[in-house]
Design a protein around this ligand. Structure first.
Ligand SMILES: C[S@@+](CC[C@H](N)C(=O)[O-])C[C@H]1O[C@@H](n2cnc3c(N)ncnc32)[C@H](O)[C@@H]1O
Length: 228
């Protein structure tokens, strides 16, 4: 099923790319302002880190890389983008030859690599006519795989189930169910940011080991599985 979804996503995004090229509409966004707001939230996952490696799953034409380079000039980061839509990857590599862009699906062709952070932006918003149960499985599989590749944590966004407006073909997972999945399959150490004007939330999930490094006091060890 994931293969069918991947092909349908690739076909859709290739069409958008042929129509709009590198413009925000070419990756399904309303405007550069919308994109920058999303990216500004995603960047909060890096809080406290100024030198790190990063995998951007569904990197599109490399806009998040550009945002990081232009808006966070003090950060040192080693960037890799993975993408299933070939036209995007080719253009991203032409725009930013100093970065690494892979035409690859991390589900069917796993990368034997780890990164400090893995981010996914706009990947789960639009299943179009894909069955919702299958789409949820695709989302969970991608999140599990992404988390398994992250040394510190992941950040992703999803459309809000509290949105007053829901367009057909979009996916608004019930936030409480999504968090149940996060806790049962990834980690109980998460943050949710539902405080931007867009109808979406950003979720950050951290590895217990990372939390343990930040809370070394003996009093906390029993909560982290490292005490007696
Ligand atoms: C709305 S676009 C967002 C692109 C980019 N993150 C951005 O901010 O411009 C969604 C992207 O997810 C990609 N995608 C969907 N499933 C994917 C997968 N399994 N692996 C990598 N990319 C995927 C699509 O090809 C498409 O480029």
């Amino acid at each position: 099923m994931n293969d069918t979804i991947r092909k349908s996503q690739e076909a859709h995004w290739s069409g958008k790319f042929s129509e709009h090229g590198a413009a925000p509409a070419g990756v399904g966004s309303e405007s550069a302002v919308h994109k920058e707001l999303r990216y500004s939230r995603l960047c909060r996952v890096f809080a406290g880190s100024d030198d790190f490696s990063l995998l951007d799953v569904g990197a599109g034409v490399g806009d998040f890389y550009r945002y990081l380079r232009e808006r966070h000039t003090a950060l040192r980061f080693d960037y890799t983008g993975s993408e299933i839509t070939a036209g995007y990857t080719t253009l991203a590599a032409e725009r930013f030859p100093e970065a690494r862009f892979l035409h690859r699906d991390i589900l069917s062709e796993p990368l034997d690599e780890k990164y400090d952070f893995v981010v996914l932006s706009g990947i789960f918003h639009q299943p179009f006519d894909t069955d919702i149960v299958a789409w949820e499985t695709y989302m969970h599989d991608l999140l599990r795989r992404s988390f398994s590749m992250a040394r510190i944590g992941i950040a992703f966004n999803a459309l809000s189930s509290y949105a007053e407006f829901q367009r057909q073909g979009n996916y608004h997972p019930k936030l409480s169910s999504l968090l149940d999945f996060v806790v049962s399959d990834l980690s109980r150490f998460f943050q949710v940011d539902h405080s931007i004007p867009l109808f979406e939330e950003t979720i950050f999930v951290f590895r217990p080991e990372y939390i343990g490094k930040n809370f070394v006091e003996p009093e906390f060890q029993k909560y982290l599985g490292t005490g007696k």
